[in-house]
Write a protein of this length. Structure first.
Length: 290
């Protein structure tokens, strides 16, 4: 099999998009091959460190590009959100791996977290759980691009083994406030703060959406702390209210990452259930919600 040069994974989204627009289909397929080669290189490096043994990049969702399919056929059960319709549907940020960020695409309910916990302890962990919604029409007709998990699946995550001292940020929905507070107690965390993201439109108006009783225009992130302060912590930074434009499904405001970097400069962060298009440029290991 022919070898391919590594993809330019540290390239900015804007630069990559401009470059890709000038490529024909054959050149773009070569770029895909380079991307796959780079992923395999990362996988081998992680394997050598014992961080991610057994993980292999899954490129099955790129098959329609090779076969000339329109990508609309049904895949295996549970893989529907990995289907790719066309090149136009592939946003450049889904390709890009920012510096200092290591994405791990895995099923969090079956992934072996022990090597990761042995390799490092995290200063900050941020979770955006795919909460299981219980009402008859929970999404009001909005399609979710990811699978939901039960409360027990979330409880079973080995978060306490991944962090000795530091902060846990958890994005919650109204129905899961009490559950999350109980989870903090179970995992050995104390609630220390709460962050509210007020969603804005491009015209700087509140971006209201459906709610059970009231229209919703915000999301809440609860902040817990375990053990001692992580090294380099800075107090009284940023704000507990973020005014920022509404983004793609499950994509959180960039300001939350800036706030974490202000709070724990150069800290090591684990983001569980990060949207595929949500990688940022801080030191981070992330498991995509996709």
């Amino acid at each position: 099999m022919a070898s391919h040069a590594p993809a330019q994974l540290s390239e900015s989204d804007e630069a990559a998009e401009q470059r890709w627009e000038s490529l024909d289909e054959a050149e773009l397929n070569t770029e895909i091959d380079a991307y796959k080669t780079s992923l395999e290189t990362i996988r081998n490096s992680l394997h050598g460190l014992g961080i991610c043994p057994g993980w292999k990049p899954d490129h099955s969702h790129l098959a329609p590009l090779r076969e000339g399919s329109d990508g609309n056929g049904a895949g295996e059960e549970g893989d529907a959100d990995l289907r790719l319709g066309s090149l136009d549907d592939l946003h450049p940020s889904e390709w890009q791996v920012p510096p200092h960020c290591i994405p791990i695409h895995a099923n969090v309910t079956t992934y072996d977290w022990r090597p990761l916990a042995q390799a490092t302890q995290f200063d900050v962990i941020m979770m955006d759980p795919p909460w299981q919604l219980a009402t008859a029409n929970p999404t009001r007709g909005v399609a979710l691009g990811y699978s939901q998990l039960t409360d027990q699946d979330i409880v079973n995550l080995p978060v306490p083994q991944l962090q000795t001292n530091g902060f846990l940020f958890v994005w919650v929905i109204n129905a899961k406030y009490k559950f999350t507070l109980d989870l903090f107690d179970k995992w050995g965390y104390k609630l220390v703060d709460e962050i509210v993201w007020v969603k804005m439109t491009v015209n700087r108006r509140m971006a209201k959406s459906h709610g059970y009783y009231l229209q919703h225009a915000k999301e809440v992130c609860l902040v817990g702390k375990k053990g001692s302060d992580p090294p380099g912590i800075r107090r009284c930074v940023g704000s507990d209210v973020i005014y920022s434009e509404r983004r793609g499904q499950s994509q959180k405001p960039e300001e939350i990452y800036q706030l974490i970097e202000e709070l724990v400069p150069n800290g090591i962060c684990l983001h569980i259930w990060m949207p595929c298009h949500g990688c940022h440029e801080f030191k981070c290991v992330s498991t995509p919600k996709c």
